[in-house]
Design a protein around this ligand. Structure first.
Ligand code: ATP
Ligand code: AMO
Length: 432
C-alpha cells in the first residue's frame, strides 16, 4: 500500500493519495477535485490552461464517489479547507461510480433510514455515520480490556441449539439434519456450564436471535450481547462488575473517540462517575407510582412496563439497578432468597430510556434448580445436558448480559436501535 492518508500529507513533499471523489468544484479556469478517505479530505487543484489536457480531463471528468489515486506535490494553501492542497501529476480512476447514486454521501441530501440501511456502504462514507461504528468498536475494545483486567476468559458458545432459555415464544426454529433445532437466544446455559469448568470466570461477545414479533425502536431480531458469568461471586458483586463494564466503555470512548464525538455533536460527553443507585423492585414500583405519571398504578408482581421504565428513568435521571425482583417474573436459573422464596436475586441495569442489562445470582444447587424448571412448566429432561453438570460440583455464581446495540444507542442518544447495527434484522428486513 504505497499511499499516504489525506490527513497525513505534508507540504513540500510529493505524495500518492487514494480515496473517493467527494466533490468536483469547477470555478472556470480553476477546478478542484475533493478527495476523501477514512482520515479526511484533501483538495486537488486543476489549473486548466496550465496542465496537461488528459490529466485535466481525467481528473474533472470522473463521477462523484468514484475511487481514484492521485499523485502530486503538496503545497500550503490557506484557502484550502485543510490549509493544504495537491497539485496533481497523475490521476488514476480505479473504480468509476454510476452518476445516479442511491444516497448522497456528502450529506447534502438527507436520506430516510431504510434507504440508508439498503446502501450501508455509501451510508458509512458519511463521517458521522462511520463515527457510530468507530465508537461501537471502541466500546467492545474497552470492554474486552476491562474483562481481561478482572481475569475473565473470552469464550464462544454455540448458536445452533436444542432448547431455548428466555421464553419459548421467541425462538427461531431451524432444521438440523432432519431434527428441530433453534437459533440461540442467549449464551445463558453455556456460560453457566463454563463457570463450573476450570475457567471459572468467562465472557462472550456474540450474536443472539429472538423472534420478537413486535417492531419497536429498541428491539432487533438479531442482536449482539456482552455476557459475563463468574464463579464465587454473588449478585451484588456481579452488579459491581456490570457497573465497571459500563464505566470502562464510556471511559474508552471519552479517551479515544474525541473526533467521533465531535462529529456527532457531543461537546459534553460525560463518563458516569457516581455509583449507580440500587433500588429494590418494591422501591421501584413505589417510586413509579409516586410520579403519578401512569394511568394505572403498578401492583407487586407486575413487570415494569415501557411507560413505567420511562417514568422511573426521568425520576432517577441516570443509570440505576433494580434488584430483588419477584421470582415469578424472573427465569428458572435465577436464585430466590432462601428466607423469602417470592423474591429473587435477579437484577436489571436501567438507562433512563430503557433496560440495558439483565442478570442475577444463579441457582447452583441441583435440587433447587430442577424444582425451578418444574415451577416454570419446563421439562428438566430436555435440559439434562445442563442440569447434569450441577451434580458434579457447580460453584455459586452470578452474571449478566448487555445488549450492545442498546448500549451504543443510549450512549450516543440514537433514536433507533437500527442505527447502532450495520445490517439490522427486523420483521421487514432480511437483506442486506
Ligand atoms: P426481557 O429482558 O424481559 O426479555 P427486553 O430486554 O426485551 O425483555 P423490553 O422489551 O425493553 O426488555 O421490556 C421492557 C418492557 O417493554 C416490557 O414490559 C415489555 O412488555 C415492554 N414492551 C416490549 N415491547 C413492546 C412494544 N412493542 N410496545 C410496548 N411495550 C413493549
Ligand atoms: P435479557 O433477555 O434481558 O437477559 O437480555 C439481556 C439484554 O440484551 C438486550 N436485548 C436485546 N437488544 C435488542 N433487541 C432484542 N431483541 C434484545 N433482547 C435482549 C437488552 C437486554 O437487557 N440470559 C439473560 C442475561 C443474564 O441473566 O445473564 C438474558 O438474556 O439490552
Amino acid at each position: 500500500e504505497n499511499r499516504t492518508h489525506a490527513a497525513d500529507v505534508v507540504a513540500g513533499e510529493t505524495a500518492t493519495v487514494a480515496g473517493w471523489v467527494h466533490e468536483i468544484r469547477d470555478l472556470g479556469g480553476i477546478a478542484f477535485l475533493i478527495l476523501r478517505d477514512k482520515t479526511g479530505k484533501l483538495q486537488v487543484k486543476f489549473e486548466k490552461d496550465e496542465m496537461d489536457e488528459d490529466l485535466v480531463e481525467t481528473g474533472l471528468g470522473v463521477h462523484r464517489e468514484s475511487v481514484v489515486t492521485v499523485t502530486g506535490a503538496v503545497e500550503e494553501e490557506p484557502r484550502a479547507p485543510t490549509g493544504l492542497e495537491m497539485v496533481p501529476e497523475s490521476v488514476d480512476v480505479l473504480a468509476d461510480a454510476d452518476p445516479e447514486l442511491p444516497l448522497d454521501p456528502s450529506g447534502k441530501v438527507d436520506a430516510e433510514l431504510p434507504t440508508r440501511l439498503d446502501n450501508r456502504t455509501l451510508d458509512l462514507r458519511k463521517p458521522e455515520v462511520k463515527a457510530i461504528f468507530e465508537i461501537r468498536s471502541e466500546i467492545l475494545r474497552s470492554v474486552r480490556e476491562y474483562f481481561r483486567s478482572i481475569g475473565s476468559t473470552e469464550i464462544n458458545t454455540p448458536k445452533i441449539v436444542a432448547t431455548g432459555t428466555e421464553g419459548g415464544t421467541e425462538l427461531f426454529p431451524i432444521t438440523y439434519f432432519g431434527k428441530e433445532a433453534f437459533m440461540n437466544q442467549s449464551p445463558q446455559l453455556f456460560k453457566q456450564l463454563m463457570v463450573g469448568s476450570g475457567l471459572e470466570r468467562v465472557f462472550e461477545i456474540g450474536p443472539i436471535f429472538r423472534a420478537e414479533e413486535h417492531n419497536t425502536p429498541r428491539h432487533l431480531n438479531e442482536a449482539t450481547m456482552i455476557d459475563f458469568e463468574s464463579a464465587f461471586v454473588d449478585h451484588n458483586e456481579a452488579m459491581d462488575v456490570c457497573e465497571g463494564t459500563l464505566k470502562a466503555a464510556y471511559e474508552g470512548v471519552a479517551e479515544n473517540c474525541a473526533a467521533e464525538l465531535e462529529l456527532l455533536g457531543y461537546d459534553d460527553f460525560a463518563v458516569p462517575e457516581d455509583d449507580f443507585p440500587r433500588l429494590t423492585y418494591e422501591e421501584a414500583i413505589e417510586r413509579v407510582n409516586a410520579t403519578g405519571e401512569l394511568d394505572a398504578q403498578l401492583v407487586w408482581g407486575d413487570d415494569l412496563s415501557t411507560e413505567a421504565e420511562k417514568a422511573l428513568g426521568r425520576d432517577v435521571g441516570g443509570h440505576y439497578f433494580v434488584t430483588d425482583w419477584p421470582s415469578e417474573i424472573k427465569p428458572f436459573y435465577i436464585q430466590d432468597y432462601d428466607d423469602d422464596p417470592q423474591l429473587s436475586k435477579g437484577f436489571d441495569l436501567m438507562h433512563p430510556r430503557m433496560e440495558l442489562v439483565s442478570g442475577g445470582q444463579r441457582e447452583h444447587r441441583y435440587d433447587e434448580l430442577v424444582a425451578g424448571f418444574e415451577q416454570q412448566g419446563l421439562d428438566p429432561e430436555q435440559f439434562d445436558y445442563y442440569t447434569r453438570m450441577f451434580k458434579y460440583g457447580m460453584p455459586p455464581h452470578a452474571g449478566w448480559a448487555y445488549g450492545v446495540e442498546r448500549l451504543v444507542m443510549t450512549m450516543l442518544d440514537l433514536d433507533n436501535i437500527r442505527e447502532a447495527v450495520l445490517f439490522p434484522r427486523d420483521r421487514q428486513r432480511l437483506s442486506p
